[in-house]
Unconditional design. Structure first.
Length: 617
């Protein structure tokens, strides 16, 4: 039997197609947009038995695409992590921590791994080690804050084995008390390796739990309107071993986010060997529209990796950088592999461009979609050099989390163009947006969109003058069709246009008219990928296939979900779904409201028996 057409009607559709910018209905068939325009014409284009969804006059946008995220690694660990993303106060965060400590069995850890900053809290500070020890005397607690530090309670220190005799690793510091004993504070000085290496010592989920975790993380992304991600690889993300779960889910038809993945070298001084082997194993574009290879990076050689901890002075890259980088770039250019390179500072970018220009004289880079990531302090000269070579720049909202530290070190004037997006666009460079989630900034795309539009940090500090802020239209374009250049998929997705992949999101509010302060609180009420509903809530609850219960049962996700919702937003959801019980994001308070102890594995059945659609949120 042929798949049924899908129609969405009674909508305010921002197509991002200049030839047809607004529509009221869209028809989808065989995974692509069939017709975009009036409801009458859309119904005429679809088959008589088409499935029809009434959008209720809501704003519809193309599915969001994150040009820089670590979704593969993040998915493997999502169910293990307590997320403080968007939590408004340290008091709230510590309440969550204590509640999670109470339900976490030994020898498991409670871990908060990025997605927040102390500046978002009303108290404007992190917890103290003493507060962590009081909250969790026996359960290991690990908290990663940006790129700069990790906090470990006494139980975690015992678990990882750090003592007065443990030496500081290169580029990192184990802070000690007067007697020389570790206090529980780890500092990147400026290398974050000590933070990530310590985190890697914690327990891992078994493969079936990792698959469950990845599915829940993808659904979390769908709930925010994300339908595509370019995965930038990452430390402790080895190819092909750590890609087995995502490939399994792809083979089983469970990917609800389209993923293009870059390969990230793992061993200093062995980078060329890594890429020499990989160019024989896989080719850019290999795969399909749900899962495909995208090239090399964001780590190309370790000697070219600057660090983005603005609490520390800018690091100088070693003299060996150019000699290490050139053979890798030559190899990639010869094999027509796109690449991306992490670069925070202009000095690093300039030295990398020296290499690119040298290689370009022998092997023209024309037609290879290579680009830099981050570029917070890039100069006009280096922007023009990138334009001349045909490269691009992917920017992320790291300054929304670290802007206060940058201003403290370099001043407010210097922060006004970190990064200078308007100047990049004026040079004609492809510029895309993303998050660099999950270990630093949050994966929530609306935080990035808010940052692009308002120029403010999550702590409320204004960074940018109007000239370096984006209009709402431009910011959305940078999160949709303009990101397709970075995965060599221009014209294939990113617009609601006949013939493109049928990915869209029906929003909780109108992005184009809500107050700027409300942009960060937007979500998707209905998300469609390839003409299939992958997420639905409120009026659309139950339209997406249900997920299996969260594994393990004690996972923070089972209780707190992912990105924090304000009480006002949650009250609207509760009212909209018509539920008489005190539901939270995942409905776990149903049981508490009834005085009933319901096992986590049975909660979905329990919520359904109550006739409430909140579980689908």
């Amino acid at each position: 039997m042929a798949p049924t057409d899908l129609l969405i009607v009674n909508a305010k559709i921002a197509t991002l197609d200049r030839e047809n910018p607004q529509a009221e209905a869209v028809a989808m068939r065989d995974g692509k947009f069939l017709f975009v325009g009036s409801e009458q014409e859309a119904r005429a284009a679809a088959t008589p038995d088409a499935r029809v969804i009434d959008a209720g006059g809501r704003r519809v946008i193309p599915g969001l695409i994150d040009s820089h995220m670590h979704i593969i690694r993040g998915g493997l660990n999502y169910n293990l992590e307590l997320r403080w993303d968007g939590v408004p106060s340290l008091a709230d965060a510590m309440d969550m921590l204590r509640a999670q400590v109470a339900r976490t069995p030994s020898p498991q850890w409670v871990r908060v791994v990025g997605g927040f900053t102390e500046h978002q809290f009303a108290e404007k500070r992190l917890p103290t080690i003493e507060e962590l020890n009081a909250a969790a005397p026996d359960t290991p607690v690990f908290i990663l804050h940006l790129y700069d530090r990790a906090l470990l309670n006494a139980a975690a220190l015992r678990q990882v084995g750090y003592t007065r005799d443990t030496p500081n690793p290169p580029g990192g510091e184990i802070v000690r008390d007067a007697a020389g004993n570790p206090t529980g504070l780890l500092l990147a000085q400026p290398n974050a390796t000590i933070l990530y290496a310590t985190l890697a010592r914690g327990p891992k989920l078994p493969p079936d739990y990792q698959a469950n975790s990845t599915r829940h993380f993808m659904r979390e992304m769908n709930s925010l309107g994300v339908t595509g991600v370019i995965d930038a690889g990452g430390g402790f993300q080895n190819y092909p071993d750590d890609y087995a779960i995502i490939e399994q889910l792809h083979d089983e038809g469970h990917l609800t986010v389209r993923i293009s993945y870059n390969l990230f070298t793992q061993k200093p001084k062995e980078e060329l060997a890594d890429f020499s082997g990989w160019v024989k194993q896989v080719s850019p574009g290999q795969g399909d529209d749900r899962y495909r290879h995208n090239g090399a990076g964001e780590m190309l050689v370790y000697s070219a990796a600057d660090f983005e901890d603005f609490r520390q002075p800018r690091p100088d890259m070693p003299p060996s950088m150019e000699g290490d980088l050139e053979p890798v770039i030559r190899l990639l250019a010869e094999n027509r592999w796109p690449w991306r390179l992490h670069a925070t500072y202009d000095q690093t970018i300039g030295r990398a461009l020296d290499v690119y220009e040298k290689v370009n004289r022998d092997i023209p880079l024309t037609g290879i979609n290579w680009f830099f990531d981050h570029c917070e302090t890039i100069s006009d000269r280096n922007i023009d050099r990138i334009a001349a070579l045909g490269g691009g720049i992917a920017v992320q909202h790291r300054m929304a989390y670290q802007g206060e530290y940058f201003v403290e070190r370099y001043g407010a004037r210097a922060a006004e163009r970190t990064p200078p997006i308007a100047r990049m666009l004026a040079a004609g460079i492809p510029v895309g947006a993303g998050t660099d989630a999950t270990r630093v900034a949050s994966y929530n795309p609306w935080v990035s969109l808010s940052w692009l539009v308002t120029g403010k940090t999550v702590g409320g500090m204004g960074l940018y003058p109007v000239a370096n802020r984006m209009s709402r239209d431009k910011a959305l374009a940078m999160w949709t069709h303009e990101n397709t250049w970075f995965s060599n998929e221009v014209g294939k997705k990113g617009q609601i246009k006949a013939g493109q992949l049928a990915d869209l999101a029906v929003l909780s509010g109108d992005y184009f008219s809500v107050p700027e302060s409300e942009i960060v609180h937007l979500r998707s009420m209905l998300t469609v990928v390839g003409g299939e509903v992958v997420h639905g809530e409120r009026d659309f609850a139950g339209l997406a296939p249900p997920l299996p219960p969260v594994m393990p049962a004690w996972s923070p996700v089972a209780t707190f979900g992912g990105y924090h919702r304000t009480p006002e937003a949650q009250a609207r959801i509760t009212a909209a779904c018509g539920c008489a019980h005190a539901c939270n994001v995942h409905g776990h308070d149903h049981a508490a409201a009834l005085g009933t102890d319901v096992p986590t594995a049975d909660v979905q059945t329990f919520w359904g028996a109550l006739g409430c659609g909140c579980w689908a949120v």
